[in-house]
Design a binder for this molecule. Structure first.
Ligand code: GLU
Length: 283
């Protein structure tokens, strides 16, 4: 008797969790959208022009606008109730795996190390890693000048590895002094305060920060990687991944991708991506 009771209790608990919107209450994001017409989207909340949340409002930026477009496409053009959740670099894989978020748009590069943990839709855009220094810095003019310099190590982000490690997820394999930070806004604060010599990461991220404080920083304009921005899904959700890829193709074909890049980065002087990146398979 007692045993049966325990089993029943566990089953009831599992059902209760599922009913509360836990990640296991649906088999894939497409099913969830068909049923409830709601979704939880992870973005950055601290990156100007990409995903930035001010006060009590929703986050704003390129990734946020791309997310709204893609999700509406997934829902067959219908409006969907969106709950936004902050998804810092350090937590993206875990937030997908435990179902806290359904989908992530957060300057999320498709890397070999992440592929076993995440199913990536896209890429929706390809950008490049560059380096930002204080405007008066004279000794760093190109990426290889970062040898032995103090660079930011944003937790969970791949960018510092592009400097310190060899391929595939690294690139230059240079020794550098890593200064830890919890995210890129903290990296920029540390650069401002003289606690590090450079912030090196995706040029869109750097351009977003630098345009908030004109004249304070400079980008070296020495791009040295291809960052393929993927749309993060729970590992194995190929159904949604394939629908996402169709929506990405449409976003480039109908001019939305170019319009959104221009809206958020048109005034930065960056050489913006002009065409749809080649699709990768859903794995
Ligand atoms: N795109 C790089 C990455 O995914 C750097 C930016 C970030 O961490 O969000 O690691």
């Amino acid at each position: 008797m007692r045993r049966t009771g325990a089993v029943l209790a566990v089953t009831a608990m599992a059902a209760g969790l599922a009913a509360c919107g836990g990640g296991d209450s649906y088999t894939n994001v497409m099913d969830k959208l068909k049923g409830a017409k709601e979704i939880t989207i992870g973005t950055k909340w601290d990156q100007p022009s990409l995903g930035l949340k001010k006060g009590g409002g929703d986050p704003e930026g390129f990734d946020v606008d791309v997310a709204k477009y893609i999700v509406k496409e997934l829902a067959g053009g219908q409006d969907v109730k969106i709950t936004w959740k902050e998804s810092p670099s350090s937590n993206r894989e875990a937030l997908l795996a435990n179902g806290t978020v359904d989908i992530i748009f957060a300057t999320y590069s498709i890397t070999d190390a992440r592929k076993p943990k995440v199913t990536f839709g896209g890429p929706y855009v390809i950008v490049h890693q560059d380096t930002m220094v204080r405007a008066d810095a004279a000794d760093i003019a190109k990426a290889t000048d970062l040898k032995d310099k103090r660079i930011c190590q944003a937790q969970g982000s791949n960018s510092y590895k592009r400097i310190t490690d060899p391929p595939p997820d690294g690139k230059l394999g240079l020794p550098a002094k890593l200064v830890g930070a919890s995210n890129y806004s903290e990296c920029v604060q540390k650069l401002s305060g003289g606690n590090l010599d450079a912030v090196t990461t995706d040029n869109l991220i750097l351009a977003g920060f630098s345009s908030q404080e004109p004249g304070k920083y400079k980008l070296l304009n020495d791009p040295f990687t291809d960052e393929k921005y993927g749309i993060g899904l729970k590992k194995g959700d190929k159904t949604t991944c394939e629908a996402v890829n169709k929506a990405v193709t449409k976003m480039w074909q109908d001019g939305t991708a170019t319009q959104l890049l221009t809206k958020w980065f048109g005034k930065t002087g960056l050489d913006l991506p002009k065409e749809a990146p080649p699709a990768e398979g859903c794995a």
